[in-house]
Design a protein around this ligand. Sequence first.
Ligand SMILES: Nc1ncnc2c1ncn2[C@@H]1O[C@H](COP(=O)(O)OP(=O)(O)OP(=O)(O)O)[C@@H](O)[C@H]1O
Length: 253
Amino acid sequence: MTFLDVAGVNKKFGGIAALTDCTFSIRSKEISCIVGPNGAGKTSVFNVITGFIAPDTGTIRFKGQDLTKASRHERIEAGIARTFQNLRLFEELSVMDNVMTCLASEAGNNPLTAIFRPIHTEAILRAKREKAREFIETVGLSHKADDLAKNLSYGQKKLLCVARVLATDAELLLLDEPTSGLAAAALDTMVEMIHKLKASGKSLLIVEHNTQIVRRIADEVLFFHRGTLLAQGKTEDIVSDKELGSIYFGGGH
Ligand SMILES: Nc1ncnc2c1ncn2[C@@H]1O[C@H](COP(=O)(O)OP(=O)(O)OP(=O)(O)O)[C@@H](O)[C@H]1O
């Protein structure tokens, strides 16, 4: 079975084509990086996959399931979760609460348990806190669990975003520029984290601007330009392609 399939997707905003006949698949348990100049359509790809924009035409299938018309929530339940370029954290909440709000619902959905609600709710809360703690530990923020998100460094905020997508229990993680704006040490931590996620069995689709980082993390690369997928292939083939390089560094021409 194929993993994620995007087929024939077109999206226009007024006269601007954000995506034109966009067709590609990505494999499970790999890191696929989306690259391309500004305005290439990278974020739009994330938006159509996660239901933040509806394509004019085309389909999104995940593990054989047609998600084209699914709500954002249904897509998360199906196993696709994302981060955002502008983070979108609850700045006034603690690290713990930021993660807890993203936890996949599991225990507590059985109507029979409603009879024992007061005891049960407390038990659920405790279990959720434990679960959240695991994800916080995974991203190395245990010492910050009770701090407000607004008091974290930028690098720590980005790690918190990763903890939040992990909390959804999704199999496919879409990370929008996870390393942008990070200083060298935080950047290395994020790269390590990305490798760790892959090693734990996650599949990742990542928008990444930095070619050096792409080389360090990607199994394959999808190169977008003006809303069109120009090339998809093994990392070194795409990154070292002179023609694509001149499109990327030549300001998109
Ligand atoms: N909501 C929107 N309304 C109008 N135009 C949009 C909208 N979203 C995207 N576009 C346009 O679609 C095109 C692709 O945008 P998109 O943000 O997907 O590119 P990108 O590759 O993510 O760019 P960047 O690297 O600058 O983030 C651009 O021309 C953009 O202006």
